[in-house]
Design a protein around this ligand. Structure first.
Ligand code: HEC
Ligand code: HEC
Length: 328
């Protein structure tokens, strides 16, 4: 009897210590700025700015950077990101024009590349921003070439957005599931342009981030091995629509009943992705934006790739109907 009591007492003390530790950790996360890391050693890369790279970099910027960093003045001066749910705080993107003080004019090419790959700034702080860990070296260099070019959106501007205010939830996520990416150890080559499905996979995972929105949860991705992401391309990730109501991403696997297997021909798919119109004429809603920057060939390649992705049965229409009911 005595030993049982003793064990229980020990257990109780252990639990108390554990609770204190958890409580202390939560308080620490809540009271300190977002997690930082040791200032990284950025690679020694100097990007040669060529016309071809500027053009390619502009395409990638149109698919990625401009939506988040472009302000009303058409420059990348940073702004409030209205789409990010309030539970994560008040998030502002930053000025990434060539201004040396307010922008990133003083960053080296290597520092920009390191940040785009990992999400870690030269001073070791992190940003709530997508990481481009799988993008080919050549494409990352093109982004840098575009940032250094004489294009209007990146010309120096001293305008500035307020600093981002991260909520406890966001900071906790940065200690747990949202981690910096690893800097790739080897060069990442562009896919073989004669293999359509390979090109499609590259676009869908490394450049246009289709999988990030079209899997089960945009916060829970396997960034190193996208195909291992939960519900890969089965849709159902929940976003805020423009009307403030929740909206679920579509199932893009070729499942005949709940995916796009029977719903879309290749031509119809191209039209939907490039111009935002479904085969029945209905318009795709925000945050699914028409991707004019992608060529028809690239979108066809994504279609060819999706055909090879394991089918997922996930009835988005049914789930959306349930959500609407729950809202009312
Ligand atoms: C989903 C929105 C989003 C996209 C897409 C995005 N960014 Fe960002 N970016 C942010 C946010 C938000 C921050 C700042 C967060 C903070 O202050 O903690 C940021 C910060 C940065 C910074 C750090 C600047 C500084 O002064 O600290 C750089 C550089 C940057 N982004 C470049 C890019 C480039 C280049 C692209 C396109 C390849 C891009 N971003 C795409 C949201 C985005
Ligand atoms: C920012 C998140 C986001 C990104 C990135 C994104 N999508 Fe979407 N997509 C959505 C959402 C949300 C919907 C649902 C729109 C609706 O119901 O009106 C959708 C709908 C679609 C549809 C319509 C499917 C149907 O059932 O009719 C297609 C096709 C599609 N996306 C393809 C793509 C492709 C290809 C890419 C990458 C090139 C991509 N999406 C990138 C969020 C995204």
């Amino acid at each position: 009897m005595k030993t049982v009591k003793k064990i229980l007492k020990r257990f109780g003390q252990g639990l108390l210590v554990l609770l204190l530790l958890i409580g202390g950790f939560c308080a620490y996360v809540a009271l300190t700025p977002p997690r930082t890391y040791d200032p990284p050693v950025a690679p020694d890369i100097k990007v040669e700015v060529t016309e071809a790279r500027i053009k390619r970099g502009e395409t990638i910027a149109q698919l990625q950077c401009i939506a988040c960093h472009g302000d009303n003045d058409n420059r990348l001066t940073g702004k409030h990101l209205d789409d990010i749910p309030a539970m994560f705080g008040n998030i502002y993107s930053r000025n990434i024009t060539q201004d040396k003080e307010k922008g990133i004019g003083n960053w080296t090419d290597g520092q920009i590349i390191y940040f785009l790959r990992t999400g870690i700034r030269p001073n070791g702080s992190t940003a709530f921003m997508p990481q481009y860990g799988l993008m080919a070296d050549e494409d990352v260099k093109s982004v840098v070439a575009w940032l250094r070019s004489d294009q209007f959106p990146v010309q120096p501007s001293r305008k500035e957005a307020p600093p981002a205010e991260y909520s406890f939830v966001a900071k906790m996520l940065m200690w747990t599931i949202i981690k910096p990416g690893d800097y790739p150890e080897q060069t990442i080559e562009l896919p073989d342009s004669t293999k359509s499905a390979a090109v499609g996979k590259y676009i869908a995972t490394a450049v246009a981030d289709c999988y990030g929105c079209h899997s089960a949860d945009y916060l829970d991705l396997d960034k190193q091995n996208p195909e291992r992401t939960k519900g890969y391309f089965g849709g159902g990730s929940k976003f805020n629509g423009l009307d403030g109501k929740p909206i679920l991403s579509a199932n893009l696997t070729f499942d005949e009943e709940t995916g796009i297997g029977k719903k879309y021909t290749k031509e119809q798919f191209i039209r939907a992705v490039k111009h935002g119109v479904r085969p029945d004429g209905s318009v795709l809603r925000y945050p699914m934006s028409p991707m004019v920057a992608l060529s028809e060939k690239e979108i066809a390649a994504v279609y060819d790739y999706l055909k090879t992705v394991p089918k997922v049965r996930n009835d988005i229409a049914g789930k959306s109907a349930e959500l609407q009911l729950a809202e009312k």
